[in-house]
Write a new protein. Structure first.
Length: 486
């Protein structure tokens, strides 16, 4: 349930997409299929439940259950058909008894769809396929023979991102039949909306860093007050959402004893910022060649499966550069690996106070680095309206081999650097003249940046004598997603 009495928040773009698809079904009388995917607890079910219950169209929303038989799924589907607030036409007759097979279900569905346009949602579709591997082919046949010619918006939903991606590959039955909709966590603007009109832009970014934009965690945070209050409260309970949700997600995709999990832990547990390839390998046991090979393979898997790990390069570096750094892409998982996972044993034995103390010691430094990828995305979004950055097509950071020089933000058009920037995530102290002088020194080291504009990113702004060309506060950054705060 969301905060504020369970109200539905955000998702305007996704709802507009669903409305468009349903309008096309209604206008043409022909079916459309959607493949809706996204990581667990990202709000897919909440989105689709809101959609079917507010569009005044007949619908069937059913959810498969892990490890249940096909017979159990079909029986549950029958119950769901009768429980809808706006059921399919003649549902009480058509689904008076459970169908014996998926083929029979699609046949019965045809009888309802001949009477009225409708929406049919099969949530956790991969679990239904797991129980009956013929389901994909059965759905393909039913779609091609009849359902595509009827006014139905058929939505299959899954949290196993890798499997959902495979469903639409060229050698699978549903290839070319389903449009793809990806449900991502709430962006910072949506976090601000959920927190309410009394929140600040900085509070929205803090909430995003801690929760990763998870609607469930955001609802809990909104009820607690600040992000720091929320974390302190949650760290005292081993069964809290903050502690448990990441474990469930990780255990489902990367078992604790897997190489991928060990690599994730090595990346996420860094005290501050991303880590190098060598830093990851140094945490692994085994001879150098074997470890390097295993880590290389593991990183490819983690970068590919839903982008769990992000690989960053300095702006202008070659794709095969050894300067690559790695970070956990989802900020909630990144936060969990840094502040929650290492403290689970303490929390379980009733010493949550130790976890709270560790959080207090590391939060400010971690936060200052963790916000940088979000800042870079915001700058890229804002660039068309930022004068000297209007033609920017890439925003990242820059660092040299020995890390003696590092620039938080580099905005470029091709190989031409338009701006270099410093991120000082502080609400009370503006970016100073000394900070600006350090940025100017670094500017001379960045290739092609001699004439670049100087950018300050700081919630408290920049001092008058800093001489910055552009200054972005937290409110400005939040506006990159369409939701500034006054």
């Amino acid at each position: 349930m969301n905060a504020n009495g369970g109200r539905f928040h955000g998702r305007r773009t996704l709802l507009a997409r669903l409305d468009h698809e349903l309008a096309q079904v209604t206008a043409t009388g022909r079916g459309r299929m959607l493949d809706v995917r996204g990581r667990r607890q990202v709000g897919k079910s909440r989105l689709l439940t809101h959609f079917v219950e507010t569009r005044n169209r007949p619908y069937l929303y059913t959810t498969a259950v892990k490890n249940a038989s096909a017979h159990a799924h079909l029986a549950g589907l029958t119950r769901d058909a009768l429980a809808a607030t706006t059921p399919l036409p003649e549902a009480s007759v058509v689904f008076a008894s459970p169908p014996a097979s998926w083929d029979e279900f699609f046949g019965r569905l045809r009888l309802s769809l001949e009477r009225s346009p409708a929406v049919v949602v099969v949530d956790e579709f991969p679990w239904a396929v797991e129980a009956d591997p013929t389901l994909e082919g059965t759905l393909q046949n039913a779609w091609d023979r009849t359902l595509e010619n009827l006014p139905v918006l058929l939505v299959v939903v899954g949290s196993d991102v890798a499997m959902m991606e495979r469903l639409t590959e060229h050698d699978r039955p549903l290839f070319g039949r389903a449009g793809i909709v990806v449900v991502r966590p709430f962006d910072p603007s949506e976090c601000a909306e959920l927190l309410g009109p009394g929140s600040t832009a900085v509070a929205a970014f803090d909430a995003h860093l801690v929760t990763g934009g998870s609607p469930r965690l955001l609802g809990r945070l909104a009820a607690s007050g600040t992000a720091e209050d929320f974390v302190r409260e949650q760290l005292r309970d081993e069964t809290s959402d903050l502690a448990v949700m990441a474990q469930l997600t990780l255990d489902a995709e990367f078992p604790p004893d897997s190489q991928a999990r060990r690599i994730l832990s090595a990346i996420g547990s860094a005290e501050v910022g991303p880590v190098s390839f060598s830093r990851v390998t140094h945490t692994m046991d085994g001879d150098t060649t074997t470890v390097q090979t295993a880590v290389t393979r593991g990183l490819k898997v983690l970068a590919g499966v839903g982008g769990v790990v992000a690989a960053d390069l300095p702006i202008g570096a070659a794709p095969n550069s050894r300067l690559r750094r790695y970070r956990v892409a989802d900020s909630y998982l990144r936060f969990w690996f840094r502040f929650v996972g290492p403290q689970l044993a303490n929390i379980a034995r009733g010493r949550g106070d130790l976890a709270v103390d560790a959080f207090g010691r590391g939060w400010q430094a971690w936060r200052g680095k963790a916000v940088e990828p979000v800042v870079r995305e915001a700058v890229l979004r804002l660039a068309p309206d930022l004068g000297p950055l209007s033609d920017v097509d890439a925003v990242g950071g820059w660092w040299n081999r020995d890390n003696s020089t590092e620039v938080d933000v580099v905005a470029a058009h091709g190989r031409q650097v338009r701006a270099v920037g410093s991120v000082k995530w502080c609400t009370t102290t503006p970016l100073s003249a000394d900070d600006a002088a350090a940025l100017r020194r670094a500017q001379q080291v960045v290739p092609g940046a001699a004439d670049a504009a100087l950018l300050a990113v700081c919630p408290a702004g920049a001092a008058d004598d800093a001489g910055m060309d552009l200054v972005l506060r937290a409110d400005d950054l939040l506006g990159a997603w369409g939701g500034g705060r006054s």
